[in-house]
Design a binder for this molecule. Sequence first.
Ligand SMILES: *[C@@H]1O[C@H](CO)[C@@H](O)[C@H](O)[C@H]1NC(C)=O
Length: 229
Amino acid sequence: MFPLQLLALIFISTPTPDLKKRRQGEEEADRQVKGRTDRQYELVLKRGDLLEVPRTLFTHFGIYLGGGRVAHFIPDIMPVVSGDQIRIGQMVTNSRLLLGVLAKCGSVRVDSVEDFAYGSEILVNASDKVCSRPALNGEEVARRAEKLRGHVPYSLLWYNCEHFVMYCRYGTVVSFQTFQFCKTVRKLLLSRRVAKVTAVLGACLLLYLRAVSAALLAVLLPSLIWMAS
Ligand SMILES: *[C@@H]1O[C@H](CO)[C@@H](O)[C@H](O)[C@H]1NC(C)=O
């Protein structure tokens, strides 16, 4: 667990008080905007609807719960390294996400439709055409999603955000995405960002090992010399 906490310290910066204040102001403004859009979503979406957002590497899936809220399963390191519910509740950043994938953990969380979509277009019920099973009743779908809320081990291959919605909406845990898993992993490994992170981690590890061996040497060498003389 220790290396994970160290990693989290490196990657997840705590906002400075000044920045925090500004953010609070922004959040206030945000809420007012959101209040309006949430009602707009209410007109279009029904409880239990399947929402899909195409992302660079994956399609992200979620279940609409009503009231502008979406339940979705996302890799996240925070529940492992911190018990602070407020920090866990904040929006998941890319570094949290990436570390979550590496540490194989994540959570089913409830976010606003905006946070879920992250500026992308939302497709509704698109998988209904692909899945051979009919969708369950909307209320049942939403209730399943709510029941699974919380911290779950995340495995890219065996339990990802698509498995989560498939279980909720169709009662099956097939993921069409896993089919494309190898392709995605190759893309992920080749992506520059990940390469950079790996390089930095490697360098840190090397420095750490060197520091340890240098310290050992500093301690051992005098005694060796003393014994030899
Ligand atoms: C999605 O599917 C549900 C049935 O499961 C339906 O009631 C709802 O209207 C659909 N939503 C949209 C936006 O098509």
